[in-house]
Design a protein around this ligand. Structure first.
Ligand code: FES
Length: 152
């Protein structure tokens, strides 16, 4: 009898978050183990529809410009109009939901969208090829300081 092949690793071993954790129009940064490393992912819930797998989009937190995290300032991921993902390192803007860079220094390159799987109200990574992504080797992030209010 031939030796049994080890079971293929699955991307769905651990939930990234609960669907209820996601506020439409905002980005949740989450960490998950992947291939012996801890990786950061950006999870977005788009629109108002509940429970639809295609309503949730996941991207690696890895800008295709110089392969570093997008959030130079902690938690700042979106353009002011909330329509595009933003890289705060050099101001690249990424179209939703496909992650294509449409402004900034890496126009034409793309964040790799990762399919989301929703099961029992939890969000999991769908099948994707992690080796296709150039992951950041370091994270550069500063606290987000809210703008000062001027007195009237
Ligand atoms: S690292 Fe993202 S625009 Fe340069």
């Amino acid at each position: 009898m031939p030796a049994r092949k080890p079971k293929a690793p699955t991307n769905r071993a651990q939930a990234l978050c609960r669907l209820d954790d996601l506020t439409p129009g905002t980005v949740l940064r989450v960490e998950a183990p992947l291939g012996g490393e801890t990786r950061e992912f950006l999870v977005l819930r788009r629109g108002e529809a509940d429970g639809l797998g295609d309503d949730v989009v996941i991207f690696p937190n890895a800008c295709p410009h110089i392969f570093i995290n997008l959030d130079l300032y902690d938690g700042w991921f979106m353009t002011q109009d909330g329509q595009r993902l933003l890289c705060g390192q050099h101001w690249a803007e990424f179209r939703l939901p496909d992650g294509l860079c449409v402004a900034g220094p890496c126009v034409g390159r793309s964040l790799e969208p990762i399919p989301a799987v929703i099961e029992d109200g939890a969000v999991y990574l769908g099948d994707f090829e992690p080796q296709r992504i150039t992951w950041p080797t370091r994270i550069i992030r500063f606290p987000l300081i809210p703008p000062k209010r001027s007195n009237p």
